[in-house]
Design a protein around this ligand. Structure first.
Ligand SMILES: NC(=O)c1ccc[n+]([C@@H]2O[C@H](COP(=O)([O-])OP(=O)(O)OC[C@H]3O[C@@H](n4cnc5c(N)ncnc54)[C@H](O)[C@@H]3O)[C@@H](O)[C@H]2O)c1
Length: 252
C-alpha cells in the first residue's frame, strides 16, 4: 500500500528533540525522506537512528538556523541528496529565562529572537526559493499559543512567536499563487525536553495545566499528527492559517 508521503522530501529543523523528532518519525513512517536538521549532533543522529531502525529514510544535517550561509547550504545539500524539497517544518526554537522585561537581559532577547524569528525567516527564504524553482511545496512554521496570547515573563518568546505568525501570513499572501502552501501550528504547552529540563518542573506544571481547558499538557505526537494533516492534500485549501493545537488554551 502506498504511504501518504511516499518519496516526499521533508526538512525538519530542531528534529533532534521534542516536536521536531515526533514529526520526523511520523513523516518517515509515512514514507518520506526526512532531512533531520539540528544544531545538536547527538539528538539529530539519534532521531536518524530511530527512523532507520523502523525502516525509514533520513539523513542528519548539522545546522545553526541563525546563520544564513548554513541554511543556504542545508537546502543545497538536501536538493543534492534527494533532488527536491517538498515540505519544510521550521521548528527549531528556544525558550527565554522567565522574568519581567526590566530583568530580561539583552543577550536572552537576542538569543530567542535569533533562533525563533531570524531562524524561521532564513529557513523560509531559502526553502521557498527552492520550492518556487520546482513549482510548489508546503511550509509549516512552529509558532505557539504564544503567537495568539501571552505568558507574562516571556517577552522575548512571546514577541518571537507573534512575529512568526506575521511572517507566516505575509509569505502566504506572497506565495499562494505559486503553489506554495504556508501555515503555522500553534501548540499549547507540550511535554518535550524544552519543558521537562526545567528545574522547577513540578511547580511549573501546577501553573501550566489549568491554562488548558482540556485539563492536561499535550504530547509531541499530538502536534505531529496535526503537522502531517497540514502537510497533506487533505489540507489543500488551508493557507495562511494559525492552527492551534493547544487543548483549548487560546479559546479562554
Ligand atoms: N514544548 C512546548 O510546550 C512548545 C509549545 C509551543 C511551541 N513550541 C515550539 O516548538 C518548537 C520545538 O520545541 P520543543 O518543545 O520540541 O523543544 P526541544 O528543546 O525539545 O527541541 C528544540 C530543538 O531545536 C534545536 N535548536 C535549538 N537552537 C537551534 C539552532 N540555532 N539551530 C538549529 N537547531 C536548534 C535544539 O537542539 C532542539 O533539538 C520550538 O519552536 C518551540 O518554541 C514548543
Amino acid at each position: 500500500m502506498t504511504k501518504e508521503f511516499s518519496g516526499k522530501v521533508v526538512l525538519i529543523t530542531g528534529a533532534g528533540s521534542g516536536i521536531g523528532r515526533a514529526s520526523a518519525l511520523a513523516f518517515a513512517r509515512e514514507g518520506a525522506h526526512v532531512a533531520v536538521a539540528d544544531i545538536t549532533e547527538a539528538g539529530g543522529r539519534e532521531t536518524v537512528a530511530l527512523i532507520e531502525a523502523a525502516g525509514g529514510s533520513a539523513r542528519f544535517f548539522q545546522v545553526n538556523v541563525t546563520q544564513s550561509s548554513e541554511v543556504a547550504s542545508l537546502i543545497r545539500q538536501i536538493v543534492e541528496t534527494w533532488g527536491r524539497l517538498d515540505i519544510t517544518l521550521n521548528n527549531a526554537g528556544v525558550d527565554n529565562d522567565m522574568a519581567p522585561i526590566t530583568e530580561t537581559s539583552e543577550a536572552d532577547f537576542d538569543k530567542v529572537i535569533g533562533v525563533n524569528l531570524k531562524g524561521v525567516w532564513l529557513c523560509m527564504k531559502y526553502a521557498i526559493a527552492q520550492m518556487e524553482k520546482q513549482g510548489g511545496g508546503v511550509v509549516i512554521n512552529t509558532a505557539s499559543a504564544l503567537s495568539i496570547t501571552v505568558l507574562p515573563g516571556a517577552s522575548p518568546y512571546n514577541a518571537s512567536k507573534h512575529a512568526v505568525a506575521g511572517l507566516t501570513k505575509t509569505c502566504a499572501v506572497e506565495y499562494g499563487a505559486k503553489n506554495i502552501r504556508i501555515n503555522a501550528i500553534c501548540p499549547g504547552v507540550i511535554r518535550t525536553p524544552l519543558l521537562e529540563n526545567h528545574p522547577n518542573l513540578a511547580e511549573m506544571e501546577k501553573g501550566l495545566i489549568p491554562l488548558h481547558p482540556i485539563g492536561r499538557l499535550g504530547q509531541p505526537e499530538e502536534v505531529a499528527n496535526t503537522v502531517l494533516w497540514l502537510a497533506s492534500d487533505k489540507a489543500s485549501f488551508v493557507h495562511g492559517a494559525l492552527i492551534t493545537v493547544d487543548g483549548g488554551w487560546t479559546a479562554m
